[in-house]
Design a protein around this ligand. Structure first.
Ligand SMILES: C[S@@+](CC[C@H](N)C(=O)[O-])C[C@H]1O[C@@H](n2cnc3c(N)ncnc32)[C@H](O)[C@@H]1O
Length: 398
C-alpha cells in the first residue's frame, strides 16, 4: 500500500519531490501535472519543487518519485529551532508517534550537519510536549528508507538546505513500489538482460500522456514489460517484435498478468514484424502514443574504446532513425513517441550516444511540457548499468 501522511498540513500546494531517476523523473512530473502547475523548478539532480494551482493531488500517478513532501513553513528559515508552525503541524498526532528526519542538500549532507539538524528537530518535538514520540534513525546516510516510512507509519520531516536557509516539510506520500517489483520478478518470462524495470516502463508510459482507454504501441516489445504496464494503467496496447520467440514471451507474460489482475479482457494485440515497416503492419490503424525501448547493441563484456563505441552506436543509429519515421507514421497527430536510446561510456571516459536529430522531416517535434525547455536526450539517473546508459527522447507528432 502507498503511504499517506495522516494529517495534511494546510499548505499543500507547494510540493517537494525526491526524484528516483533525476531529470527524467522531473520530466515525468512536469508532463503529468503540466495543466495544473503554477511553477516548477528542479533544485538539483534528485530534488524538485512544484507549486500546483489546486490541492487535488495527482502525484499518486508518478512512477519516478521516492517521496512527495509538503511544507510545514511557508518559506525557508535561517533556523530550525523556533518554528511556530510545528505545533500546528503536530497537533493531530498521538503522543507516541514515530518520526524521522531526512536531510537533502545539493552536495549531499555530512554526518555532522545531519546530527545537528536531527537534534534540533528532536528538541523541537519534545518542546511541543511530545515526550514519547519515537525517533527512527536511518540505517545509514541521512534519510530513512521509504519502505520503512510506509511500513512503520513514520512522520518523516524533510529538510532541504537551500544556501544558508532550511526548508522544512514532511513526507506526504510514498508510492507502493512493491507492486512494480512483483510485476517485474514474478512473471513467467523474466529477461532482465534486455528489459527495463516495470517502474521505469510506467514512467515512460506516463510520458506518453495517454488517457485511460487509449491505445499505445511498443514496436520492439520483447517480453512485454511496457505492454504489461499499459494494461495495468487501463490502456489497450499493440506489441510488435521481429522475433517470434519474443512475441511468445510477451504472450505468456500478458496471460499471467490477466490472471493476476483477475480479468478475462485481453486488451492487447501481438504481431511478429519488422518495425521499420509499421505502416503496412498496422494496416491504417493509428495509436495515441508509441512507447518503446529498442536498445539495439551487441553484448559486450568490457568498457569499449571510443572507436568501438562509435562503430556500435553508428550501427544501431541506422535502425533507430529508420524506425522513427515508421513510428511517426502510425501515431495520431498530437500523440507522442517516447523512445529509449543507448549511450556508451568509453575507456577514454567519453560518452557516445544514439542521437535523434532533425526529426522535423518525420513530422515530430521535441515535447516540452513547461516553459523552460528540456534538453533531449534526457538521461536516466541512478541506473546500475556500467557502460551502457539509457537516455530518453519524447517527441510530439505535429
Ligand atoms: C531491448 S529489447 C526490448 C525489451 C522490452 N522492453 C522487454 O520488456 O522485454 C528489443 C527488442 O527489439 C526486437 N527487434 C530488434 N530489431 C527489430 C525490428 N527491426 N523490428 C521489430 N523488432 C525488433 C528484438 O527482437 C528485441 O526483442
Amino acid at each position: 500500500m502507498p503511504y499517506l501522511l495522516p494529517h495534511t498540513p494546510t499548505i499543500n500546494k507547494k510540493l517537494v519531490l525526491i526524484l528516483a531517476f533525476g531529470n527524467l523523473s522531473y520530466l515525468e512530473a512536469c508532463s503529468v501535472l503540466s495543466d495544473r502547475l503554477s511553477s516548477s523548478k528542479q533544485l538539483w539532480e534528485d530534488v524538485a519543487m512544484l507549486e500546483l494551482k489546486d490541492a487535488r493531488g495527482g502525484y499518486e500517478n508518478l512512477a519516478g518519485v521516492h517521496k512527495v513532501a509538503v511544507s510545514i513553513t511557508p518559506n525557508p528559515r535561517a533556523r530550525l529551532d523556533d518554528i511556530e508552525e510545528l505545533d500546528d503541524f503536530l497537533g493531530g498526532f498521538d503522543d507516541g508517534f514515530n518520526f524521522s528526519v531526512s536531510l537533502y542538500s545539493p552536495e549531499g549532507s555530512g554526518e555532522a550537519e545531519y546530527e545537528e539538524v536531527l537534534s534540533t528537530l528532536l528538541a523541537a518535538v519534545r518542546e511541543a510536549a511530545f515526550r514519547k514520540a519515537n525517533l527512527v534513525r536511518p540505517r545509514n546516510g541521512s534519510e530513512v528508507l521509504t519502505r520503512e516510512i510506509a511500513s512503520r507509519k513514520i512522520v518523516d520531516f524533510v529538510v532541504l538546505r537551500l544556501g544558508e536557509k532550511y526548508w522544512l516539510g514532511a513526507t506526504l506520500y510514498v508510492p507502493d513500489s512493491q507492486q512494480f517489483q512483483v510485476r517485474s520478478n514474478e512473471r513467467p518470462v523474466v529477461s532482465s538482460q534486455i528489459s527495463i524495470s516495470s517502474r521505469l516502463a510506467r514512467l515512460l508510459l506516463n510520458l506518453g500522456g495517454v488517457r485511460k482507454g487509449g491505445v499505445i504501441l511498443d514496436p520492439f516489445c520483447g517480453s512485454g514489460t511496457i505492454l504489461a504496464e499499459a494494461i495495468t494503467a487501463g490502456l489497450s496496447c499493440i506489441g510488435v517484435d521481429r522475433d517470434r520467440n519474443r512475441i511468445e514471451n510477451s504472450r505468456q507474460n500478458l496471460e499471467w498478468l490477466s490472471k493476476t489482475l483477475k480479468t478475462s479482457a485481453k486488451p492487447y494485440t501481438l504481431k511478429v514484424g519488422d518495425s521499420t515497416r509499421l505502416e503496412s503492419l498496422m494496416d491504417g490503424v493509428q495509436v495515441d502514443a508509441v512507447v518503446t525501448e529498442p536498445i539495439l547493441l551487441p553484448k559486450i563484456d568490457a568498457t569499449p574504446t571510443l572507436d568501438k563505441a562509435r562503430k556500435m552506436i553508428r550501427n544501431s543509429s541506422r535502425l533507430y532513425s529508420e524506425s522513427l519515421y515508421s513510428m511517426a507514421a502510425v501515431v495520431r497527430k498530437g500523440g507522442r513517441v517516447v523512445i529509449v536510446a543507448p549511450s556508451l561510456r568509453t575507456t577514454e571516459d567519453r560518452d557516445v550516444s544514439v542521437l535523434l536529430e532533425d526529426v522535423g522531416a518525420a513530422g515530430l517535434a521535441p515535447f516540452q511540457p513547461v516553459q523552460v525547455p528540456f534538453e533531449y536526450p534526457v538521461r536516466i539517473s541512478h541506473e546500475n548499468t556500467r557502460w551502457v546508459r539509457r537516455m530518453v527522447y519524447v517527441f510530439e507528432r505535429v
